[in-house]
Write a protein that binds this ligand. Structure first.
Ligand code: PA5
Length: 441
């Protein structure tokens, strides 16, 4: 179960300078009805992510089980939309003790930071490791570079058996990885061609590693289906949480100057959820001089770092708190503590965390900083599935509000092209000239 409380973004609480008027939300009714119909049609194309909760996952679960039973290490090689979603699933649904006490131990090779890559490769035992190489394009330089290192290691340590230690998740037809998999008869999973990287967590990109790690992917998709159902209601904006989230952020941004969207979970297990959302929000909506800068803060840690700025700095932020009602465990402070700190007697850490959130939220509201609270009863696959779908749909809908295409990333691609040119890749000679032109003194 998840709840969204948006009381503190409304003008009747924080004033018209910073808060949104109910009439403003209602004035979008016509737009919502029209856009809703367009989205319904687009579910076969750009909004294909909305169909993912209904896919057949038998092959994924079967292979996931095989990996769980036969390997001690699972190493994901991929970056951006090909890793952030899985990192979020791992950290929210397995958590930090996993690699100490459970198998397969999980690592991600995203960056081409040699110290990190070398450290991970030192930790694992190649003969007990499955490497899942994930890339929609099949050619992202970081992924291909790390894969090349892994390939050398596997061939060196395992000889002919190297192929049994690789699973490739990539586009159905295009790209180097698809070709490589075909030529070498390697197990593959497909990323539907209509689903872009940052919307792909509910494809085999996220589902296969999750399944191999023992995460209940049926529940994850069940949660996403539930949110799809909720988001199909068109009559009142209040009934469609995805559209509501999108409109609140859009109005805060375009009419109240809130150029920064902060997401602040009071649960460290949701830290990577924010990383996943940051990519979704930034890469999808940062176009044509528009968009909000997504910022991560963690409660309570950032109360001691960022909140001063959020309260008394520029009034350019809207905050989303995420609160978890029932953590899987809690710790109680005994009554056997010094009298000087007696006010803490018999309280639990979760109680303190909760009150810290309430205190921070009250302080921000007092300073007229718009804030919403998303409450989860628990962190479980069902609720995470709901949250994923909620934010994906909010992002897609925001594209219509901003009148931009939320599904491309031309600026990211441009950086990739310069990079290929600098590495001397064939076909990028003109790009190298352009680079040299830009960099001449
Ligand atoms: O959202 C996106 O499309 C990007 O962030 C990609 O996920 C990222 O660049 C990695 O691309 P690929 O999966 O093609 O390796």
């Amino acid at each position: 179960m998840i709840k969204i409380d948006y009381t503190n973004v409304m003008a009747d609480i924080i004033g018209e300078r910073d808060g949104i008027l109910r009439e403003e939300l209602l004035s979008f009714r016509h737009f919502i009805t029209e856009t809703h119909a367009r989205i319904k049609k687009e579910k076969e194309n750009k909004f294909y992510f909305a169909k993912l909760p209904y896919q057949d996952t038998e092959d994924i679960k079967e292979y996931g089980k095989y990996v769980r039973e036969n390997f001690d290490y699972f190493v994901l090689v991929g970056i951006g939309g090909s890793s952030l979603g899985t990192q979020m699933l791992f950290e929210s649904l397995k958590w930090i003790n996993h690699n100490q006490f459970d198998f397969p131990k999980f690592y991600i090779l995203d960056n081409v930071d040699p110290e990190k890559v070398a450290s991970v490769l030192e930790l694992i035992e190649p003969e007990k490791t499955i490497f899942n190489v994930i890339s929609k394009s099949g050619s992202t330089v970081e992924t291909i570079a790390n894969f090349s290192i892994v390939l050398d290691l596997l061939k060196d340590k395992l000889g002919d058996k190297w192929k049994e230690h690789i699973v490739i998740t990539t586009d159905t037809e295009k790209g180097f990885l698809r070709k490589f998999a075909k030529e070498n008869d390697i197990k593959t999973f497909e990323i539907p061609s209509k689903v872009g990287g940052r919307f792909s967590v509910l494809t085999p990109v996220g589902l296969f590693p999750a399944s191999a790690l023992g995460i209940d992917i049926d529940e994850l998709l069940e949660g996403a289906r539930k949110m799809d159902l909720i988001c199909s209601v068109e009559e009142y904006v209040e009934h469609n949480p995805a559209y509501l989230l999108a409109m609140i952020h859009y109005l805060a941004n375009m009419r109240r100057g809130k150029n920064i969207a902060v997401m602040m979970p009071y649960s460290e297990r949701l830290s990577s959820f924010v990383d996943w959302w940051r990519q979704l929000w930034a890469e999808s909506l940062g176009k044509d001089g528009l968009g909000q800068t997504p910022v991560k803060a963690i409660g309570t840690i950032d109360q001691h770092s960022q909140i001063q700025l959020y309260r008394e700095g520029p009034k350019d932020k809207i905050i989303t708190f995420i609160y978890v009602e029932n953590p899987t465990r809690d710790l109680k402070i005994s009554d056997n503590i010094p009298e000087d700190i007696g006010y803490l007697k018999n309280h639990t850490l979760h109680e303190i965390l909760t009150k810290e959130l309430l205190g921070t939220r009250a302080a921000l509201t007092k300073s007229k900083v718009p804030n919403l609270t998303i409450t989860l009863d628990n962190i479980n696959p069902y609720n995470i599935g709901m949250l994923i779908y909620l934010y994906e749909m909010a992002t897609g809908f925001s594209g219509y509000l901003y009148k931009i295409n939320p599904f491309d990333q031309p600026a990211v691609e441009e950086g990739k092209r310069f990079m290929y040119a600098l590495m001397g890749r064939e076909g990028f000679e003109e790009k190298l000239e352009e680079f040299n032109e830009l960099n001449k003194d």
